[in-house]
Write a protein that binds this ligand. Structure first.
Ligand code: GTP
Length: 239
């Protein structure tokens, strides 16, 4: 069983049907799922995107807002999501610390790697917000970076699909889900699990990327415990 993991959610994951903002029902569900991990003795880091409020790339497309500013706006959005998740996890009795790559100390702690690791060792969930603190990097890249920095054994990308398929399952009935893909294959096939920067960083550090469906109840714990009933795809070194 993995001892320390980083779970990455998209911002849209929190918004449900509406695609905007935070839906309490989903936040509540995710918090309950994450609680099962902590109860099993797993150390959990979390990164949440900010796309349910703003996406740097999209907001800057019209040319009125520069990409750099758009990305900073996106980083602030991840802070909103992180604070919301902290509240939800605390509601269920967990100890949680939010650490930000941008210093806004009235809202949360600033990211300090050694401190984050101490929090994890003490059984606290650590939510990393504000991406890497730099524009032009996605939250997937930020999540991968934090996963490597805290020595997570895997990064779990919780999505709305079960895993990675050989072709688009929405278009092809015979699409097959792939259980394992090499980093190079993932990059070559442009499988869009994560952006290339994130995959390359994972590859350089031999960090497995697990892709799974966040809506499958209990699946997250099964994956980490190595349960044979777990449903996921894994990007890792080919064996
Ligand atoms: P220990 O060192 O193990 O006691 O960890 P701790 O996080 O409980 O200690 P600390 O006294 O650093 O933090 C107490 C509370 O204040 C925690 O909820 C922290 O998240 C919070 N906190 C610490 N530093 C900051 C900060 O710079 N800004 C904000 N907003 N909260 C902070």
């Amino acid at each position: 069983m993995a001892k320390r993991v980083l779970v990455k959610y998209s911002g849209e994951a929190l918004s449900g049907e509406s695609g905007f903002g935070i839906e309490s029902k989903i936040l509540d569900y995710l918090a309950r799922e994450l609680k099962t991990l902590v109860e099993a003795g797993i150390e959990v880091g979390i990164v949440i995107g900010g796309g349910n409020f703003i996406r740097g790339v999209s907001v800057s497309q019209g040319g009125l807002i520069r990409r750099t500013s758009g990305d900073y706006m996106g980083m602030l959005a991840t802070m909103i999501n992180g604070v919301a998740m902290q509240e939800a996890l605390e509601y269920y009795g967990l100890d949680v610390r939010v650490q930000s790559a941008l210093e806004i100390k009235e809202v949360c702690e600033t990211y300090i790697n050694r401190r984050a690791i101490r929090h994890l060792e003490k059984g606290r969930v650590v939510i990393f917000v504000a991406g890497t603190g730099n524009p032009f990097f996605t939250t997937d890249t930020a999540a991968t970076l934090r996963a490597v920095e805290i020595g997570a054994e895997m990064i779990i990308k919780a999505t709305k699909v079960d895993g990675v398929f050989d072709k688009d399952p929405a278009k092809f009935d015979d699409a097959v889900m792939l259980r394992q893909i090499g980093y190079d294959q993932a990059l070559k096939d442009n499988i869009k699990v994560m952006d290339d920067t994130a995959i390359a960083l994972a590859k350089d550090n031999t960090l497995p990327i697990v892709v799974c469906n966040m809506l499958r109840e209990g699946n997250l714990l099964k994956i980490i415990q190595g349960d044979s009933g777990a449903v996921y795809s894994k990007v890792s070194n080919e064996n």
